[in-house]
Design a binder for this molecule. Structure first.
Ligand SMILES: [Zn+2]
Length: 146
């Protein structure tokens, strides 16, 4: 099955990008697109971060949700931005936010703080050319390494 476009195929082989540091070689965690294709398997060590895991993005396109401001998220960009904003907050005021979002926030923050996703490749269903909450998670999971 030959496709005309090969743009998103570079990562197909799932090669870690090697980074050279003095005395050691480390790899940079990256995002993987999960597939339903027969025979496809999650690469070893990768973590699925879609729904309904605790790492899933609770925000959806078009859904009006309860928060300090009520919004309707028009597209994927907005959904990822909302996820990023939500996760950047230290705590959520339960009088403003839906209880499910408060609980999900606490669990996800705790998992991130515990290093659950550190140095892991993250898998989601989103095509790699599209913004995805996994990008936000990759950033957060690996940014505060001391
Ligand atoms: Zn995604």
């Amino acid at each position: 099955m030959a496709l005309a476009v090969g743009l998103s195929d570079d990562r197909e082989a799932h090669q870690h990008l090697p980074v050279l540091l003095p005395g050691r070689v480390v790899t940079v965690p990256q995002r993987i697109q999960r597939k339903r294709a027969k025979g496809w398997r999650m690469p070893e060590g990768a973590v699925y971060v879609g729904r309904p895991t605790i790492f899933g993005n609770p925000f959806l396109v078009g859904v009006t949700f309860c928060g300090p401001t009520i919004k309707t998220l028009p597209n994927v960009d907005a959904v990822v931005q909302q996820f990023s904003h939500w996760l950047s907050l230290d705590t959520l005021d339960h009088r403003c936010w839906d209880n499910l979002l408060v609980v999900a926030h606490v669990r996800l923050k705790a998992a991130l703080a515990g290093g659950a996703l550190r140095n892991r490749d993250l898998a989601c269903w989103c095509p790699l050319w599209q913004p995805c909450h996994a990008d936000v998670l990759l950033e957060l999971a690996n940014s505060d390494v001391s």
